[in-house]
Design a protein around this ligand. Structure first.
Ligand code: ZN
Length: 140
């Protein structure tokens, strides 16, 4: 999977690799923090939700209209909180094991993970301001 992040500081395109444990992805040109947003699968989910920063998981599906409303909001949040937040997208249609394990019944569902475990669950397409307010206590 080749997830690409555009550096908010210098505009360089970076391929999002896996940073060393305890670190966040940084720009290869200017070393600033990159927006950390990628797609996970049933196979990679457990690894992706373990990070040094809070991880916001977006349970979504291609046919879900409200999910399309949330997607650009999450991209903005990843940019705004680069270095402090990771966003992981999970397509529930193609990854039934994870969505079943966390009992996702309605989408979009946003789940905030810390240390690999869910801390908060928010159902529905929340506006950016609301999401930011709910994330604030976790972003330090
Ligand atoms: Zn840069």
């Amino acid at each position: 999977m080749s997830d690409v992040a555009v550096c908010p500081n210098c505009g360089a395109k970076n391929r999002l690799g896996t940073p060393p444990p305890g670190q966040v992805p940084v720009c290869g040109r200017c070393a600033g923090p990159l927006p950390w947003l990628l797609s996970a699968t049933d196979a990679t989910f457990d690894t992706e939700v373990r990070a040094s920063v809070p991880v916001l998981v977006d349970f979504w599906a291609a046919w879900c209209g409200p999910c399309r409303v949330v997607a650009p909001v999450l991209e903005e949040l990843a940019r705004e909180h680069a270095g402090r937040l990771k966003v992981v997208k999970l397509d529930v249609d193609h990854n039934p094991a994870v969505s079943g394990r966390y009992e996702v019944r309605s989408i979009p569902t946003l789940m905030l993970f810390r240390e690999g475990r869910p801390a908060e669950t928010w159902v529905g397409a929340l506006p950016r301001g609301t999401l930011n307010a709910r994330l604030a206590p976790y972003l330090g």
